[in-house]
Write a protein that binds this ligand. Structure first.
Ligand code: AMP
Ligand code: MG
Length: 532
């Protein structure tokens, strides 16, 4: 399976972008491209004008870029001001590192054999087979010279060596044991009696007592292959030097980084506090998952899938009460949700008469960065922000206005006089749409609030198992099944009844991604796949 990394940010996401954003992007975002629908709405049949509607429905790439730009602003602020906590190393899995991890010593701290075999001088093996006298056996953990041990080889000598053991002085390569055969010197006993080849002649036992040991008989080895100088060992300090940065702040701790931290002796690491993300499901038809639904009611599964996605992204999910499709109660719950670090709404963002999310947030002086994306499923997705304080935000999280640049800060001040925008996403209520739109757009914001460095969307390539036909115009993220063996990935659509079909997602394990200009993908063609 081919691996294709695609970062949907045109401008890049480094530090430069963050600082540029504060100056340039904010102006764009908050003035020209800003789609402001604030002010009291005239009842709840508010609809944007045709021209505005066209402007605010953006392509998948544009929507992702908009989100990533806001994520960059948030990330810069979090990295400077957000609270941190120390955690046990294993508890750091999935958390975002709030301190850099440095090498506590050189890696490797000694020239480390990478094979079992014989430490040799490559120059002795210009002609093979060659016979070398074994003058030492060096095990992993053998004592170094600095610790009272020593081992060295001279011309015509070799040291039997194990993977992970320190190379003796004088050696510049290791020959794999597979290319050698140990032989006894015919005059071993005589030589031993004369002192020739006795262990300790030019070797000394170290304090560990396990680094050098030879039996009573002198031993020789026949080497059948020559080696290049430098083969089969890693030079001292080649992997990292003491004090070198190994893991930068902002990385999400996975098993590899936990291993790295363990290798430098960090049994506790400092991580960012989790942002608190409110999850607010809307809809008169919804009941709690423990309830027995009436004939036309459905269980509020979105709050749970979203909560799980929030946790996976590095946040702490707070599930609010179900909001009815009634403006007063909905507004109260939205206001509560806006007091968290981020608010995720589901449902109520389509064009139905009781889709009230947009008009209600508009009443709260919302700014809409987009009100739809040219994708399927999930087209009605909304992203915006409101002013206000963060009483429920992660403890110790400092106000964020300082990072937003003058234009944004002014904008903040003219709103509620409070520090930072309160971002919200209105995700469509259909369960597949909810999960897809979180994955594409909300995930980077949660990750940024958690202090994470940009994490690109990674698309795989797999051969299509059965033909797919679609209409052009939308980027599709269709539930699909990725199978195949080893590097021969195959993908096919999962049977589905549309974006309300949560069972299709249970059958699927990925999304098949179809670009907006593609009508047909034939069997055997390489198709893009997004793991969920
Ligand atoms: P809406 O986006 O409100 O128009 O809802 C679209 C579809 O998604 C409807 O069939 C809803 O019943 C369903 N839906 C909305 N919210 C949820 C939820 N929280 N859990 C499961 N399904 C939902
Ligand atoms: Mg609804």
């Amino acid at each position: 399976m081919l691996l294709e990394q695609r970062h949907a940010t045109g401008a890049g996401t480094g530090e430069k972008l963050i600082s540029n954003l504060c100056a340039d992007f904010i102006c764009t975002l908050y003035s020209a491209a800003r789609f402001h629908r604030g002010g009291p709405s005239s009842g709840y049949d508010f609809r944007m004008s045709g021209a505005e509607a066209v402007n605010s429905v953006v392509s998948f790439e544009e929507a992702r870029q908009i989100v990533e730009r806001h994520a960059a602003i948030v990330r810069a602020a979090v990295s400077r001001t957000s609270g941190t906590e120390p955690v046990e190393l294993l508890a750091a899995r999935g958390r975002i590192l709030a301190e850099p991890i440095l090498a506590d010593r050189d890696f490797p701290p000694f020239p480390r054999a990478t094979r079992d075999g014989y430490a040799v001088r490559a120059a002795d093996l210009q002609e093979v087979p060659a016979r070398l006298r074994i003058v030492a056996e060096i095990r992993a953990g053998a004592c170094l010279e600095s610790e009272g041990g020593s081992a060295s080889i001279n011309r015509g000598e070799a040291a039997s060596i194990m993977t992970g053991a320190p190379l003796p002085a004088g050696a510049d390569a290791v020959v794999m044991v597979e290319y050698t055969a140990e032989i006894s010197h015919p005059n071993a006993a005589k030589d031993a009696a004369s002192g020739w080849g006795t262990p300790g002649a030019d070797l000394k036992s170290g304090t560990l007592g396990n680094e050098l040991s030879l039996g009573a008989l002198e031993r020789f080895v026949e080497i059948r292959r020559s080696v290049q100088s430098g083969e089969n060992f890693v030079p001292h300090g080649a992997e990292a030097r003491a004090g070198q940065l190994l893991i930068p702040k902002g990385r999400r701790m996975d098993h590899a980084l936990i291993g790295m931290a363990a290798a430098v002796g960090k049994s506790r690491v400092k991580v960012f506090r989790k942002p608190r993300v409110a999850v607010l499901s809307t809809g008169d038809e919804l009941v709690g998952i423990d309830a027995t639904p009436g004939a036309t009611q459905i269980r509020n599964s979105n709050s749970y899938s979203l909560a799980a996605q929030v946790e996976e992204a590095g946040g702490e999910a707070v599930r609010l009460a179900i909001a009815p499709d009634e403006p007063g109660r909905l507004r109260a719950l939205i206001e509560e949700g806006l007091s968290y670090d981020l608010l995720l709404l589901t449902g109520g963002v389509s064009m139905g008469k009781y889709d009230l999310v947009e008009p209600v947030v508009a009443e709260l002086d919302a700014e809409f960065y987009f009100t739809g994306a040219q994708i399927q499923p999930g087209k009605p997705v909304v992203f915006g922000s409101c002013g206000g304080s963060h009483p429920h935000a992660a403890k110790d999280a400092a106000p964020r206005s300082g990072t937003l640049g003058a234009a944004a800060a002014d904008k903040m001040a003219t709103r509620t006089g409070v520090s930072a925008p309160h971002y919200f996403f209105g995700l469509p209520g259909n369960p597949v749409s909810t999960m897809v739109t979180f994955r594409l757009f909300a995930q980077p914001m949660v990750a940024a609030l958690a202090g994470a460095a940009p994490e690109p969307l990674v698309f795989l390539k797999a051969r299509l198992k059965s033909e797919v036909r679609t209409k052009t115009g939308l980027t599709r993220f269709l539930p699909a099944v990725l199978s195949g063996e080893f590097e021969h990935g195959e993908v096919e659509l999962a049977a589905w009844q549309g974006s309300g079909d949560i069972a299709a997602l249970a059958r699927a394990n990925c999304y098949l991604v179809i670009p907006p200009d593609v009508e047909r993908v034939a069997v055997g063609e390489a198709a893009s796949v997004l793991l969920r």
